[in-house]
Design a protein around this ligand. Structure first.
Ligand SMILES: CC(C)(COP(=O)(O)OP(=O)(O)OC[C@H]1O[C@@H](n2cnc3c(N)ncnc32)[C@H](O)[C@@H]1OP(=O)(O)O)[C@@H](O)C(=O)NCCC(=O)NCCS
Length: 185
């Protein structure tokens, strides 16, 4: 997908495909954003190391990683997407706290949705913390809805199992989705 400048944004922010040179900055963004969780007592999340280069590489190689950049082309936020059972699954979306609450998160999610629509996927899914203000309540504001357990696809079930194994279910977790209306894109 082409580089895309956000409408109405005078900060020079651009969303573009993530490049190998961005990997260390992506890891820095993740570590910085993790500190938000320490402020609400979720130290284990803050202490979780950012994704390793080897974990990020398949997203870059597969064209499923994008960064939002500042005017100097430095990444300030990123999103990673998997394809799970015909849905684009947001594996991670993170904005550096110095640049939060300026629409970068929602712009990246919208960008991923355009990619999903172009690939004829049904919509977007994600898993997140139910009670963290910038997690499930944020996604609800963006039009995501909760997916009850009986409606989880096999792929989503496997993701939840892996996350539970990793200890994320120490706090309530939810699965959410936002369907794409292919008739009215
Ligand atoms: C979730 C995240 C990507 C949102 O990105 P963002 O660019 O700050 O969000 P947007 O500008 O699109 O939307 C702003 C809204 O996000 C929510 N939000 C963002 N940061 C918040 C915070 N620290 N506390 C409470 N709500 C917050 C609010 O709903 C906010 O709206 P408001 O400013 O009118 O109150 C970002 O907060 C982040 O990187 N968090 C840490 C990593 C994370 O939890 N990622 C999601 C994993 S599922």
């Amino acid at each position: 997908m082409q580089e895309c400048r956000n409408a109405g944004d005078d900060t020079g922010q651009v969303i573009r495909a993530a490049l190998p040179d961005d990997i260390s900055v992506i890891r820095d963004i993740e570590a910085a954003a993790g500190e938000l969780f320490r402020e609400i007592g979720m130290n284990a999340i803050a202490d979780d190391p950012p994704p390793a280069e080897g974990d990020l590489a398949p997203y870059l190689g597969g064209g499923r990683a994008w960064v939002a950049t500042d005017a100097a082309d430095n990444p300030i936020a990123y999103v990673l997407v998997d394809v799970i059972d015909d849905w684009a699954h947001i594996e991670q979306v993170t904005v550096h706290p110095l640049h939060s609450r300026k629409g970068h998160g929602s712009s990246l999610i919208d960008h991923a949705e355009r990619w999903a629509a172009a690939h004829n996927l049904d919509g977007m899914t994600l898993t997140t913390f139910q009670d963290v203000p910038w997690n499930a309540p944020y996604y609800e504001r963006l039009g995501f809805v909760h997916v009850p357990e009986q409606a989880w696809s096999d792929g989503l079930r496997q993701i939840v199992r892996q996350e539970n194994h990793h200890g994320l279910n120490a706090w309530p977790r939810v699965v959410m989705k936002r369907k794409i209306d292919h008739q009215n894109p």
